[in-house]
Each structure stands twice: as C-alpha cells, then as structure tokens.
Design a protein around this ligand. Structure first.
Ligand code: AHR
Length: 336
C-alpha cells in the first residue's frame, strides 16, 4: 500500500516538472550582479602637471586598491593623440570593461567614444567636460569651471575694491582644456558684474600643458610690458599663481600688497601662499572624484538607468583674509 502511494507521488512530481519546463515557467537564470571585483578599469589620465593632478591620480589608485578594482593606468603626457591611442588599446583589451577619461582637450574623442560604445565598454568622463554626444558616455563627473571663474571674478572684485580702472593680467592653463576655457569665460562674465570697480584685462596668455615655467615667463614679460600698471593677476591654477608670485617678488614688488593674485585648486601649496598673504584667494577644484566615478561605472555595468549627464563636483573657496591660524587649521584637515 505504502509503495504504491510513494510511486504515485513520484509520478506526480515528475509530471509537474515536465509541465513547468514545457510551459516555460521554469526559473530563468537571474542577470549577473557586478561588484567592484568584476571591474577592470582603463584610466586615461591627462598627465602629472600639477598638485591637483597628483591628488586626482592618487584618488583613483587608492580607491581602486581599497575596493578591489583592477586598474590599468595611462599617463597621456598632456597630449590628446596619446589619449586616442590609449582609448583604442583599452577598447581592444578584452579584460577592460570600463574606460575612464580625464580629457586633455574638449574635442577629438567622437570616434573612440563610438568605438567604445560598439565594443560595449562603459565610459565615464571625469574632471573635465568634453564636447561630445552625451549618449556616447554614461556620465560626466567634474567641476563647474564656469562657476569657478565667476567665483574667481568675485574674489578679484573684492581684492581690487575701490580701485576705479583696475588692471589685471591673466595666466591661463592649457588653452585646449575645458578647465581653462571655462575659467576664462566665467572670469569675464564675473568682472562685468563688479559693482564698484571697472576691471580691465590688460593681457592674457596661456601656459601650454599648464607649465609653471611658462607661467613665470608670462608674468615676467607682463611686469616689464605693463610696469606699474598691474593691480591683479588671475592664474588658472595654484602652480601658475605661485609662479606669478615668484616673478612679482623678483621684480621688487610685494604679492598680496602691490599685486593681488587669485589662484585655483586650493592645494596644500596654494594654502601656504594664502597663509603668508601672498595669494588673495584660492578657488577650490575637487580632485577626489574616484569613489563617485567608480560607483557610476558599477551602476552602468549593472544596467542602472536615469543617471544625470553631468554630476557637478562639490567645492568651495578660501581667502587670505580668513587668517593664518584658521587656514592652518583647515589645511590640517585636507587630503591634498
Ligand atoms: O581640470 C582641473 C585642472 O587640471 C586643475 O585646475 C589643474 O591644476 C589641472 O591641470
């Protein structure tokens, strides 16, 4: 009696399983959920042109180590053609599933972006914006450089307060970089809104590849050409601001008193010149982007949609007027 009951149950199970398989109701395999350990990132860095860039590179290397991400790193030596070469290498590398770009320039990336998309590689743009169809990359995480320029202009207006007809010279970063293009644009927008001063840009020159040696030469030339006429210097990063300060001092003038200098990045070196009073203001540019960028890449691998085309960096600004003690205390808390 018992045997026949067990046989009947076994037969029923066999039939229901067959029916489920035929009806397609058998469980289909769930999609793979990627983790950081599944990520092999090809990171195309601009180069090593500044303290900011060193901090940005450290952010990506240290975070990759901490999260177990396999990171392949390429230093482009500030040449766009090298970035195209690196892009193609990573597109052809079957191990790479994510490509991250810190762009030297703003254009020239369309073909490699299309090839990366065709090869199903996730692409995230970090640091600097590029001029390309946003459908060709997952997202852009980086600063609002135009807003930084507006803030630099407001600081210059404050620095030159009460001076009617004040003159400034600009020492720009590499003219191909969106950071330089937009800081220049934002500065011009901003000084037009100075309430008390009419600030005139006497001269503007760019330091190729953000080279501070070029920056110092530009300042030395300006000091000779516009002797006694320069009240302010607008420098596109801390290295260029410090180079300008060195040229100003070498010319027998006092940076912070005779000439007010505005810089960008708010690196530890920049803070030293805020603390000494030789730099009037330092507009922060946040290099510590790796955690956000890697998370976005992981979301892309897991098919997360609705990502914003641009995620602006969070950043502030610092002034010599905050006082040496307060600035030293802030500096002690910063990572770069
Ligand atoms: O894109 C950010 C800029 O690039 C930084 O302000 C500068 O130091 C670096 O070269």
């Amino acid at each position: 009696m018992m045997m026949s009951r067990m046989l009947r149950i076994a037969a029923a199970i066999a039939v229901s399983g067959a029916l489920a398989a035929c009806s397609g109701s058998a469980a289909s395999p769930s999609p793979k959920v990627y983790t950081y350990k599944d990520m092999t990132v090809g990171f195309i860095q601009t180069g090593s042109e500044s303290g900011w860039r060193a901090a940005n590179t450290s952010s990506f290397k240290e975070t990759a180590t901490a999260d177990g991400i396999n990171l392949k790193f390429y230093d482009s030596q500030n040449k766009i053609e090298n970035q195209i070469t690196a892009f193609n290498q990573y597109i052809q590398d079957p191990a790479v599933n994510v490509i991250i770009l810190a762009a030297v320039g703003t254009t020239g990336y369309d073909d490699v972006l299309k090839a990366a998309k065709a090869a199903n590689k996730v692409v995230v743009i970090e640091d600097r914006r590029i001029e390309a169809d946003a459908s060709l990359y997952y997202t852009y995480i980086g600063s609002d450089f135009d807003k930084e320029g507006n803030n630099g202009a407001a600081a210059m207006c404050t620095a030159l307060k009460g001076m009617s007809g004040a003159n400034v010279v600009e020492i720009g970063g590499d003219q191909a970089a969106s950071a330089a293009i937009d800081r220049a644009k934002g500065f011009r927008e901003g000084i037009a809104n100075c309430t008390d001063e009419s600030i005139k840009i006497l001269d503007t020159q760019s330091a190729p590849a953000w080279d501070p040696v070029q920056g110092k030469a530009i300042m030395e030339s300006d000091l000779k050409k516009y002797s006694g006429q320069i009240q302010g210097v607008y420098a596109h990063n801390d290295e260029l601001a410090i180079a300008a300060i060195q040229a100003i001092d070498a010319a027998g003038l006092k940076a912070g008193t005779d000439v007010k200098v505005i810089g960008f990045d708010a690196t530890a070196d920049g803070f030293k010149y805020l603390i000494s009073g030789e730099m009037f203001a330092d507009i922060e540019c946040n290099p510590l982007l790796a955690p956000q960028v890697y998370k976005a890449a992981l979301d892309a691998l897991n098919g997360v949609t609705g990502q914003a085309a641009w995620v602006p960096s969070q950043e502030g600004q610092f002034f010599a007027s905050q006082g040496a003690d307060a600035l030293k205390a802030i500096l002690a808390t910063r990572k770069y």
